[in-house]
Write a protein that binds this ligand. Structure first.
Ligand SMILES: *Cc1c(COP(=O)(O)O)cnc(C)c1O
Length: 405
């Protein structure tokens, strides 16, 4: 009971009593973080193997990002976009140079970036492609995760995400993930975009078959359909490249980033695109009070700089490859498959084992925080600053828990 007057149990009880129960967190109450480590209110240390769903790729409390936050917060946090601020242009310049983009639209949450992209490709469809009024179609994938707004959950195939939240926004067509021929069949003259994750994170680190990204890039180009890649989780180094699409050497027309864009300090997302798509938006047609604010831009600039200057993308590739190799050696009859790319790793258990939650709990007890995704899969995605001996530390614990649970 190191901090304040409340015990961990009291804090959890208050949350449970006063808060909506829209999450089912592990029973650990965190109070401090540094790099890959976090501490609970009783002083126990854990390795963070979730990284806030990849929002903390740069590690907890990175000093350079923290300094940028403090400096900007004490100077000027918010202007609204009614006026210019002296951070936005520099953020644009730096993110465009890094990602090879022509235009940027800054928002706050990932879901807002997805919504923004949907609005932009629809408008592009009517004004540039010539789709008849209100007929635009966007193709999406089964088991995708793109956020929690009404429009987005309306095209989710996860019953928990959409049941009893209707009626939903029309104009979406759902096809199987990883099946390029299904995309080809689904496209009509009214199709404006294909929205897809290069690896499905929330669905359990679903990696599409080799050649898929390349093939969907060709199909979209051949049909004048905008390829919108949701890299909110896979982007910014998580898979061992700046963007996961680079594993097949493709470039999307529209790329969505969020999460690690601020290194976990601040909600921040962005739509990155070629000039044609974001070029259709005129004053008054889209916006956000906080989107592109100077605090976010200063933090984002520092977070991107840390990612490249500290070699975190290369480290993700190197440690991820080692981690995956070693995980594959932990032979165990409860494990159905081990997979991953960079530091986006997953262990899928056989369904008859009774769910991955018991492993999240068992790992917590030995000092590792992981979260199951869907029923049977345990995702392992530590901050990209993890070192080789720390990967070994994690492997020992995973091995122990696989044998004992
Ligand atoms: C987390 C996530 C989102 C939504 O981001 P929020 O900031 O939670 O709204 C969208 N797409 C993907 C792939 C994500 O992982």
């Amino acid at each position: 009971m190191a901090q304040g007057q409340h015990s961990a149990q009291q804090l959890m009880d208050i949350e449970s009593e006063l808060g909506a129960h829209n999450y089912h967190p592990l029973e650990v109450v965190l109070t401090r973080g540094e790099g890959i480590w976090v501490w609970d209110v009783d002083g126990k240390r854990y390795m963070d193997c979730l990284s806030a769903y990849s929002a903390v790729n740069q590690g907890h409390c990175h000093p350079k990002i923290l300094n940028a936050l403090i400096e900007q917060a004490s100077r000027l946090p918010l202007t609204s976009r009614a006026f210019h601020n002296d951070q936005l242009a520099l953020f644009y310049e730096e993110i465009c140079a890094l990602t090879n983009s022509h235009k940027v639209l800054p928002m706050n949450s990932g879901a807002e970036a997805v919504e923004t992209a949907i609005k932009a490709v629809r408008k592009w469809g009517y004004e540039v492609k010539g789709v008849p009024h209100d007929q635009a179609e966007v193709i999406v994938c089964e088991e995708a995760f793109h956020g929690r707004t009404i429009t987005i959950v309306g095209f989710s195939t996860d019953p928990k995400a959409h049941r009893n939240f209707g009626p939903f926004t029309p104009g979406f067509k759902i096809i199987p993930y990883g099946d390029a021929e299904a995309l080809e069949r689904a496209i009509t003259p009214n199709t404006v975009a294909f929205l897809v994750e290069p690896i499905q994170g929330e669905a359990g680190v679903n990696i599409p078959p080799a050649g898929y990204l390349k093939r969907i890039r060709e199909i979209c180009s051949a049909n004048t359909v905008m390829l919108v890649m949701d890299e909110i989780q896979t982007g910014l180094g998580r898979t061992g490249k700046l963007f996961a699409e680079e594993h097949e050497g493709v470039e999307a027309d529209v790329t969505l980033v969020g999460k690690a864009l601020s290194g976990g300090f601040y909600p921040m997302s962005a739509v990155l695109s070629n000039t044609e798509v974001l070029g259709v938006l005129q004053p008054g047609q889209h916006g956000s009070t906080f989107g592109g604010n100077p605090l976010a831009c200063a933090v984002g600039r520092a977070a991107l700089k840390v990612l490249t200057e500290e070699g975190l993308i290369e480290n993700s590739a190197r440690q991820g490859a080692y981690f995956l190799d070693e995980l594959q050696k932990l032979r165990n009859n409860k494990v159905k498959e081990v997979r991953g790319r960079g530091l986006m790793l997953a262990i899928e258990f056989h369904p008859e084992i009774g769910g991955a939650r018991q492993y999240s709990e068992a790992l917590r007890a030995v000092g590792m925080l992981c979260k199951e995704t869907h029923e049977d899969t345990l995702r392992i995605s530590p901050p990209l600053v993890i070192k080789r001996d720390e990967v070994d530390w994690a492997l020992e614990r995973i091995d122990q828990v696989l044998r004992d649970t």
